[in-house]
Design a binder for this molecule. Structure first.
Ligand code: HGY
Ligand code: MN
Ligand code: MN
Length: 414
C-alpha cells in the first residue's frame, strides 16, 4: 500500500472548510491576516487536530508552527512540508492553508496506514507569508533561514503602529502547549503544495504542476516627504507636492517596466497620501512596489530604475524620497531530483500535469538554498487568487495531497 492510498478527500476538504470559517468574509473569501486573533485561532485549530492524533507541536521565535510525526531514527532531520495560514485582506480559502492541510493530511495518512518512516515528517505553518499586514512577504521562513534579521522583523509595525513582537506575543500565547523550537533547525528535504494561483493548469485541464522554479521578487517601501500648503493660495513654484512627485515616478517606472514579453510584474499595491485633506497640498506619500521577473538581470535593471527615478522626481518638486528595499529574492531553482520525483509520482498516479515555473512567491524560495526543495501545484478555478472568489475542486486538492504523500513517504524512508 502507498501512503496516497490512505489520503481521504472528504477529511481534507472538511478541514479546509473549517479553517475557511476563521476570518470568513461576506463574499465567501477569508481575511485572516498575519498574527491577528483569527490567525491565532487557525494555529490553535491546527494544534488541536495535531495533538488529537498524538503528534507533537513546536513553535519558534518568529512563531513558525511545526507539527511532527516521529521517525524510526528520530535524530535525523525531518522531511518537511507546509505553507502558511495567513491570508491577504481579500484572500481566498486555499492560498497557503491548502499546503498546510495537505501536509497534515499526509501525516494522518501515514498514521492510518501504519507507515513507519526513517526520518521524522513535519508540517510547518510559516508565519506571515503574505506580508500584507507586516512587510515583507515570507517573513517567518526568511527569519527561519537567517535571511531576514529576527530583531527587525519583530520591530516591524503595521499601519496602526502595532509591532510584530506585540502581535506575535498575543498569538503564540494561544498555543502555550507548543514546545520551543530554535530558528534554522535542519531540514532533510522540503516539498510545498499550493494552488497555482494562475491560469496554466486549469486552461490545460491538468491536475498537477511539478514546479521547477520561483521567479525573482523585490519588495520596496517608498516614502516621499513634501510640505503641507493651502490648495487655493499656493502657487505651483512654491509647492512640494508629495503626491504629484509619486505619481510622476510611478508613471515613469511603469514605462520602464513595459516589455514585449509581458514578463515584468510591477505593482503598486498600497498608496497612502497624508494628511489626506482635499484642500491641503499633500506633504507625505507612502507606497509599496512589488517587482517580479523570471530573469535576475531584468529585476536588477528595474531596481536601478527605481533607485534613480524616485529621488529624481521627488527633488524636481522640492520633495525628499526614501527608497527601502525590504526584500530581494533572486530566481529560486528547485532541486532537479525533487522536480522529477513530483513529476514521476503524478504519472504513477495517472494524473495529467506538467513541469512549470511559479509566478507567485512562496516560503519555498527561502528553504531551497538550505535543503533540497520542490513544490506541487494544483489548479484553482479560473486561475483566480488573492481574491475572495478563489476556489478549487475537492478532487484536485486531494490529488495534490496524494502526490505529496507518496513524495514525502519516499523521501522519509531514508
Ligand atoms: O505574493 C505572492 O506571490 C504570495 O502569494 N504571497
Ligand atoms: Mn501563498
Ligand atoms: Mn498569497
Amino acid at each position: 500500500m502507498r501512503a496516497s492510498d490512505f489520503v481521504r478527500q472528504e477529511r481534507l476538504w472538511d478541514r479546509l472548510m473549517a479553517m475557511a470559517e476563521l476570518g470568513a468574509t461576506e463574499k465567501g473569501g477569508v481575511n485572516r491576516q498575519a498574527l491577528t486573533l483569527e490567525d491565532g485561532r487557525a494555529r490553535r485549530l491546527l494544534a488541536d487536530w495535531a495533538t488529537a492524533r498524538g503528534f507533537r507541536v513546536y513553535q519558534d521565535a518568529i512563531g513558525n508552527l511545526f507539527v511532527r510525526r516521529p521517525g524510526r531514527d528520530d535524530g535525523l532531520p525531518p522531511v518537511t512540508t507546509g505553507s502558511h495560514l495567513d491570508t491577504q485582506p481579500t484572500g481566498g480559502r486555499f492560498d497557503g492553508v491548502y499546503g498546510v492541510l495537505a501536509g497534515f493530511e499526509v501525516l494522518e495518512a501515514l498514521e492510518d496506514g501504519g507507515i513507519a518512516t526513517t526520518h521524522p515528517v513535519e508540517v510547518v505553518a510559516w508565519t506571515n507569508e503574505e506580508g500584507a499586514r507586516f512587510a515583507p512577504t515570507a517573513m517567518g521562513s526568511g527569519v527561519y533561514v537567517g535571511k531576514l534579521p529576527l530583531g527587525s522583523a519583530l520591530d516591524t509595525v503595521d499601519v496602526d503602529g502595532v509591532t510584530v513582537a506585540d502581535a506575535l506575543a498575543a498569538v503564540t500565547a494561544m498555543t502555550p502547549d507548543a514546545e520551543e523550537r530554535p530558528l534554522g533547525s535542519p531540514v532533510a528535504a522540503y516539498i510545498e503544495a499550493h494552488i497555482e494561483q494562475g491560469p496554466v493548469l486549469v486552461t490545460a485541464g491538468e491536475t498537477i504542476g511539478a514546479v521547477t522554479s520561483i521567479q525573482s521578487q523585490n519588495c520596496y517601501q517608498i516614502e516621499i516627504h513634501g510640505e503641507e500648503a493651502h490648495a487655493g493660495t499656493t502657487p505651483r513654484a512654491n509647492r512640494s507636492d508629495a503626491v504629484l512627485a509619486a505619481v510622476e515616478a510611478i508613471a515613469k517606472l511603469e514605462q520602464a517596466a513595459l516589455d514585449d514579453a509581458d514578463a515584468m510584474r510591477f505593482t503598486v499595491g498600497r498608496f497612502i497620501a497624508e494628511p489626506g485633506s482635499p484642500n491641503t497640498v499633500p506633504s507625505h506619500v507612502s507606497f509599496t512596489i512589488d517587482l517580479r521577473h523570471p530573469d535576475n538581470a531584468e529585476i536588477n535593471r528595474m531596481a536601478r530604475e527605481i533607485e534613480e527615478t524616485i529621488p529624481e522626481c521627488a527633488e524636481k518638486r522640492r520633495c525628499r524620497a526614501e527608497v527601502t528595499c525590504t526584500s530581494a529574492v533572486p530566481v529560486t531553482p528547485f532541486a532537479e531530483e525533487l522536480v522529477d520525483k513530483v513529476d514521476r509520482v503524478r504519472r504513477d498516479l495517472g494524473l495529467p500535469g506538467r513541469k512549470m515555473p511559479s509566478g507567485a512567491g512562496h516560503d519555498a524560495m527561502y528553504i531551497a538554498p538550505m535543503a533540497p526543495s520542490g513544490m506541487i501545484f494544483v489548479p484553482c478555478v479560473d486561475g483566480i487568487s488573492h481574491n475572495e472568489a478563489e476556489d478549487a475542486l475537492p478532487e484536485d486538492v486531494a490529488a495534490g495531497a496524494c502526490v505529496l504523500a507518496d513524495c514525502l513517504a519516499d523521501l522519509a524512508k531514508g
